[in-house]
Design a protein around this ligand. Structure first.
Ligand code: MG
Ligand code: ZN
Length: 383
């Protein structure tokens, strides 16, 4: 190729770049977050539907915070018509209302899913009289099963907190962190390092965790190397960053936790949260919702891989509520483009999907209360 030709090519390419940038600039800042332009799709595998047992030995509870049907379908469109969720043949709906709200928050929603009782907005593992109620994670621990929590928010935030802590108010982060020390949870990975270390009571909970035999790690690459023992992975001071910026990797954190928990012969219970689908909804940002949805779905893929191989693991995927009243006003299954509109920046009241895979999955169909999900899991595990 001669020099002239190269120069001409560089010029054409440069002009094209400029043109596309100009094109982008004509879209207002407001609108640019409403349209997910389409990205590189990932391959969705099909997993077997035959299982070893009738009842599960292990349960993987997966909560997409704020993940309404629209968020799911936005992700499905972005990934060209398929998600790992396609593998879930038993599907139902969950009514999310709290004891004092037609519209729930994530604390009451989380407590309904963890303990099977409707409570007030803001409640963490307590009933309407602010009395502690036992969660499915604590029941699993009582039975000698291994337990875990993984989230892309701070691990002390409402959803994971609802499984392990008992506090009258979701904002009591330091008290929630201290509640982790009252349990024997085997693995937890998420943000919130600050609430374990910078505290009014001057306790350093990370050194207390170490005394209890936990490996306390902050680096995702180091966390990914852990194969056994007790693990406290605190990957950021507060919440982990937005996908794909965050160093915390939800699919890898999930895989790591599952491999550790699987060593317990009595089985395990774990809750894994895609925390930030909700925050994309609050921000009325389609790109944010779709990116978080796809990260969560690929995490579901890791859980499916484990469960299909294991044959005794039940996976439940659901949401605590819908966020933003998200509506799809445009999209393209071929390019993955999705356009959405949002009537609110708050949560909404609509029922949310429930997906089940594995032994016992057939129990999770039809319209149910969010509290029924916890009750069904407890029954299946013999609690
Ligand atoms: Mg949450
Ligand atoms: Zn929210």
């Amino acid at each position: 190729m001669n020099l002239k030709l190269i120069l001409v090519l560089v010029l054409i390419f440069g002009v094209q770049q400029l043109y596309s940038q100009e094109n982008y600039k004509t879209i207002s800042k407001e609108d640019s977050t409403k349209t997910y332009p389409g990205g590189k799709p990932y391959e969705v595998k099909t997993f077997k539907q035959k299982f070893k047992a009738k009842k599960p030995k292990n349960v993987i509870m997966m909560i997409g915070d704020g993940m309404g049907t629209t968020a799911v379908f936005a992700g499905l469109t972005a990934n060209r018509g398929h998600l790992f969720l396609d593998n879930f043949k038993h599907v139902g709906f969950s009514k999310t209302q709290s004891s004092n709200g037609y519209i729930t928050d994530s604390a009451a929603g989380g407590t309904a899913l963890s303990a099977g009782q409707k409570t007030y907005n803001g409640a963490i593992g307590v009933n309407t009289d602010t009395v502690a109620i036992k969660t499915v994670l604590e029941m699993a621990e009582d039975k000698g099963m291994a337990t875990g929590l993984v989230s892309t928010s701070a691990i002390t935030h409402a959803t994971p907190a609802s499984y392990i802590a008992h506090q009258g108010s979701r904002g009591s982060y330091e008290d929630i962190a201290a509640d982790f020390l009252k349990t024997d949870i085997d693995v937890f990975i998420g943000g919130g390092y600050k609430h374990f270390t910078v505290r009014k009571d001057k306790r350093d909970l990370t050194s207390e965790l170490k005394q209890k035999g936990y490996l306390v790690l902050r680096d995702m690459d180091e966390i990914a190397k852990v194969k056994s023992g007790k693990l406290a992975g605190l990957t950021s001071d507060e919440h982990n960053e937005v996908y794909p910026k965050r160093k915390m990797n939800l699919p890898i954190a999930t895989q790591t936790a599952l491999n550790i928990l699987d060593q317990n012969k009595k089985g395990f219970f774990i809750m894994i949260e895609g925390s930030q689908i909700d925050w994309g909804g609050h921000a009325n940002n389609t790109i944010y919702v779709v990116n978080e949805m796809l990260d969560f779905d690929q995490t579901i893929g890791k859980a499916l891989e484990f469960a299909a191989n294991d044959g005794e693991t039940l996976i439940i995927v659901t949401a605590d509520h819908e966020t933003g009243g998200m509506a799809l006003t445009g999209g393209d299954m071929k390019t993955g483009m999705v356009k959405a509109a949002f009537p609110t920046g708050e949560h909404t009241a609509v029922m949310v999907p429930v997906f089940a895979y594995g032994p016992g999955a057939e129990n999770f169909t039809g319209i149910m209360e969010n509290t029924d999900i916890a009750k069904k899991i407890m029954k299946l595990l013999g609690f």
